[in-house]
Design a protein around this ligand. Structure first.
Ligand code: GLA
Length: 409
C-alpha cells in the first residue's frame, strides 16, 4: 500500500474515533519529497511552435522543417519564438533493446537529423512523450523507459520535452513526473520539462518542486471562444481563462502555469477574439506556443503573433503572472505588474454585445490622484497624465490591452 493511502486511512480512523490528530505523529509518517533545484531554463515563459493544434498526427519531417523555415521567414523567430516542438505521433515502436523508434515513413532521416536542421536555423528542438506506457494516440510512452528515453533525447539534441498523462491513471502523478525530471537531469543536457497532466492533480502545488518548467493547468484548448461554460464539450479561450483565476502565485521565473497552446490563426475565431486570446495569454505570463501553420499565415495573424509590445508583457523579467482584478458580469480586468513599476492591463468583454468598461486606478491598487500614461498595445494610442480612471468602449468578444506607467514629473 502506498504511504499516502496509508496516511489517509489512518487519519480517517482517528477522525471516526473522535481523536485529536497529533501534529508530530502526522509529520513523522508523511511521505518526504526532496524538492529539485531549478534547472535554470525558461527564466521567461517558453515561446515556440508545436505541431498538435493544427496537425494532430498528420506530421512528417518535411512539415517540421517547413515550419522551422517559416519561423524565420514570418518574423516569428525575430519576435522571440525559439522552440519547434513535435507533439504526439512521431514515434511508432521500440527496438529489441527497448530504444524508442521514430516513424520511418514520416521521419526517414531520423530525429537527430531533424534536430540538426532546427538547430541550424538558430532554433531549439522539442519532442513529446507520456508518463504512461502509451501516449494519448497510443504510441509507445516512456513508462519503464524514462532514463533510456531521456538519454536518447539528449543524444538526438532535444532541448524541450512535453510529457503527457494518458494511460497513467494507476501512477502517482508527482512521482511519475519526478522520475522523468530526474532522468532528464541525468542525461546531462539542459532540457525544458513541460508537464502536461491537464491540471488533474493540481500540478501548480508540486510541479515546480519536481523540476517542471511549465505545467498544464487545464484540459485541451479548442479553437473557439467559449464551449464548456455553455455546456458544449470543449474548452474555449474563456473556459481556460476561468481556470487560471487564483493560480498566479504559483508562477515565476523558471516555473510557469501553462493554459495550453495558442489557437491564433487556426480559423475558428474572429481576429478580435484571437487578439483577446493572445493578450490574455500574455498577461497570464503563459508559454506562447503557436499552433498554426506558420508557412501560410496572413499578415493580420502574423501581426498578432509578433506584436512586440504584447510579447514584452509576457516576457517581462519580473515574471509575475497577471491576476483578475475586476469582474462585473461579462466585463473583466486583468492586471500584471511589470518591471520598473509599470503595469499591463487587459480589459475583456466576454459577451455578445458591445459595452463600456471603466479602468479605475483603484483596480490598479493606485490612488485616484496618481497621474498615469497609458499605451494601447494594439492601436499604439497614447494618453498622458490621466487621474482617477479611463473609460473604454469594447466590441463584443474583444479585449483592449494597455501598458500603464506613472507620468514622469
Ligand atoms: C493530450 C495533450 C495535447 C496533445 C495530445 C496528443 O491531449 O493534452 O496537448 O499533446 O494529447 O495526443
Amino acid at each position: 500500500m502506498r504511504a499516502s493511502i496509508g496516511i489517509a486511512i489512518w487519519l480517517a480512523g482517528l477522525l471516526l474515533a473522535g481523536t485529536a490528530i497529533p501534529a508530530m505523529a502526522l509529520a513523522a509518517t508523511e511521505q518526504v519529497f526532496v524538492a529539485r533545484a531549478g534547472n535554470g531554463l525558461a527564466q521567461t515563459p517558453p515561446m515556440g511552435w508545436n505541431s498538435w493544434n493544427k496537425y494532430g498526427c498528420e506530421i512528417n519531417e518535411q512539415l517540421i522543417r517547413g515550419q522551422a523555415d517559416a519561423m524565420l521567414a514570418s518574423g516569428m523567430a525575430q519576435a522571440g519564438y525559439r522552440y519547434i516542438v513535435i507533439d504526439d505521433c512521431w514515434q511508432v515502436s521500440r527496438d529489441a533493446a527497448g530504444g524508442i523508434l521514430a516513424d520511418p515513413i514520416r521521419f526517414p532521416s531520423g530525429i537527430a537529423a531533424l534536430a540538426d536542421y532546427v538547430h541550424g536555423r538558430g532554433l531549439l528542438f522539442g519532442i513529446y512523450s507520456d508518463a504512461g506506457n502509451l501516449t494519448c494516440q497510443e504510441r509507445p510512452g516512456s513508462r519503464g523507459h524514462e532514463y533510456q528515453d531521456a538519454a536518447q533525447y539528449a543524444a538526438w539534441g532535444v532541448d524541450y520535452l512535453k510529457y503527457d498523462w494518458c494511460h497513467a491513471e494507476s501512477l502517482e502523478a508527482r512521482a511519475a513526473y519526478e522520475t522523468m525530471s530526474d532522468a532528464l537531469r541525468a542525461s546531462g543536457r539542459p532540457i525544458v520539462f513541460s508537464i502536461c497532466e491537464w491540471g488533474t492533480h493540481q500540478p501548480w502545488l508540486w510541479a515546480a518542486s519536481v523540476g517542471g518548467n511549465l505545467w498544464r493547468t487545464t484540459p485541451d484548448i479548442s479553437d473557439g471562444w467559449v464551449g464548456k461554460a455553455r455546456n458544449i464539450d470543449w474548452f474555449g479561450v474563456l473556459d481556460i481563462l476561468d481556470l487560471q483565476v487564483g493560480l498566479e502565485s504559483f508562477a515565476g521565473p523558471g516555473h510557469w502555469n501553462d493554459p495550453d497552446m495558442l489557437e491564433v490563426g487556426n480559423g475558428g475565431m474572429s481576429l478580435e477574439q484571437y487578439r483577446a486570446h493572445f493578450s490574455l495569454w500574455a498577461i497570464l505570463a503563459a508559454p506562447l506556443m503557436a499552433g498554426n501553420d506558420l508557412s501560410a499565415m496572413n499578415s493580420e495573424i502574423a501581426r498578432i503573433l509578433t506584436n512586440r509590445d504584447v510579447i514584452a508583457v509576457d516576457q517581462d523579467p519580473l515574471g509575475v503572472q497577471g491576476r483578475r482584478a475586476f469582474k462585473d458580469g461579462d466585463a473583466e480586468i486583468w492586471v500584471k505588474p511589470l518591471a520598473n513599476g509599470a503595469q499591463a492591463v487587459v480589459l475583456l468583454n466576454r459577451g455578445e454585445s458591445a459595452r463600456s468598461i471603466r479602468l479605475s486606478w483603484q483596480t490598479l491598487r493606485l490612488p485616484p490622484y496618481e497621474r498615469l500614461d497609458t499605451l494601447d498595445l494594439w492601436t499604439g494610442k497614447r494618453v498622458h497624465g490621466v487621474t482617477g480612471g479611463l473609460d473604454f468602449e469594447l466590441a463584443p468578444a474583444a479585449a483592449v490591452m494597455l501598458r500603464v506607467t506613472p507620468t514622469p514629473p
